[in-house]
Design a binder for this molecule. Sequence first.
Ligand code: TTP
Ligand code: MG
Length: 371
Amino acid sequence: METPARKIIHCDCDCFYAAVEQLDFPQYAGRPLAVGGAAARRGVIATCNYEARRFGVRSAMPTAHALRLCPELILVPPRMERYREVSHQVLDLFRDYTDLIEPLSLDEAYLDVSASTACQGSATLIAREIRQRVREEIGITLSAGVAPNKFLAKVASDWNKPDGMFVVTPAQVPEFVRQLPVDRLFGVGKVTAARLHELGARTCGELQALGLAQLEQVFGVLGPRLYQLCRGEDPRPVKPSRVRKSVSLEETFAQDLTHAQVLALVPRMYEGLMARLRRKEGSSPIDKCFVKLRFQDFVSTTLERRGQPSPELFRRLCEEALARGPDRKLRLLGLGVRFRVGGEDQNQLDLFDGPTSDDPDPIGEPIPEPG
Ligand code: TTP
Ligand code: MG
C-alpha cells in the first residue's frame, strides 16, 4: 500500500528582527528600518524591513553602504533577548497544531501536520490560521509554504513573501518543479549551479533529463540528492528537538480578569508549576523564568528573565508584562521555566536545537540583558 502524502508547512517570519522592532516601536512602521551595527563601527545590516529593501538594502550589507542607498534609513541595534522571546511565542503557537516542529532559526521552522486534527486536518487551513493568529496575537507577519515535503515547503514559503502563503499539492508537484531554477535546490550553491548550467540544466525540468549515474559521477554524494530533488522528492523527516527546553503551566480564564485578579493567581499557579517540574525528573538546570499573558483582545505577550523560579520573580514578571496593557483585562496567564540547553552560554546559543541560519550577534557587540 502506498504511504499517504505527508503535509509539511514551512513557516518563515517576514523581516523578523525589523518586524519585532516595528511591533515594539510603532512609530517606525511604514519607514525604512534596519537592524544592525553602526556605520562608524563598520557594522553590517542584520535585516531590514521591506520599505528599506525597496532601496536595495539587504542583510549582511555594510551599514555604511546601506545608508548611501537609503539616507533616511532608521538604524537600530539588535535586541536578541527580545527576538528570542517573540520566537518562543511563535513556537508556542505552532504547538497548538503539532509537536513535530523543527526550528531552523529564530524565525523559521518546519511543521509536520500530517497527523494533526486541527482545521479538519487541512494543512492549508492550518497554515492560514497560523498566519492569522501570529498577526493578531503576536503582532508580526509570517509567510508559509505548504507541500508534501520540506524542500518544496521551503521554496513555497518564499513564493508569496512577505505576508503570503503558497500551497503545492502532491498533484501539482511535477508542474511546480519543472520551471524551478536549479539554484533553488537544497544544497546547491553558486559553484554547483554553475556546473549544472554547463550541463544544460537551468531548471529542474532540464535537470530531470540527466541520469543518476551521470549526476553521481559529476557531483558525488550530492548526485542522488539532486536526482530526487529535481523531481520534487525529499524524504527527510521533520526532526523535532528531543531535548525538553521548557515546562509551563497555562490557564485560560472562564471570564476576563483584572490585573489585580491575575496577580492574585500567581502563588497558586507557581505551586502548580513546581508540582509539574517535580514530575519531570532528570531535566536540565533551570535558566530562565517566563510569564505569558493574553489580553482580552487576544494579543499575547511574554516576558522572560534569567533566574530561579520563585513567587516573587513571577509576580514581578507579571507586573511588568501587565504594564504592556494597562487598560486591558486578561484571558490567559502562563508561568514557565526554560532549561539550560547543552551547557553553553545562552547568549550565544540558539535556544532551539538544530542547525541555525541565525547569527545571534551579527555585529559582535555585547547585547545588554534586560533587568
Ligand atoms: P531571514 O528569515 O533570512 O530574514 P528576515 O526574516 O529578516 O526576512 P525575510 O524572511 O522576510 O526575507 O533571517 C531571520 C533573521 O535572522 C533576520 O531577521 C535577522 C537575522 N539575520 C542576520 O542577523 N544576518 C543575516 O545575514 C540574515 C540573512 C539574517
Ligand atoms: Mg524570515
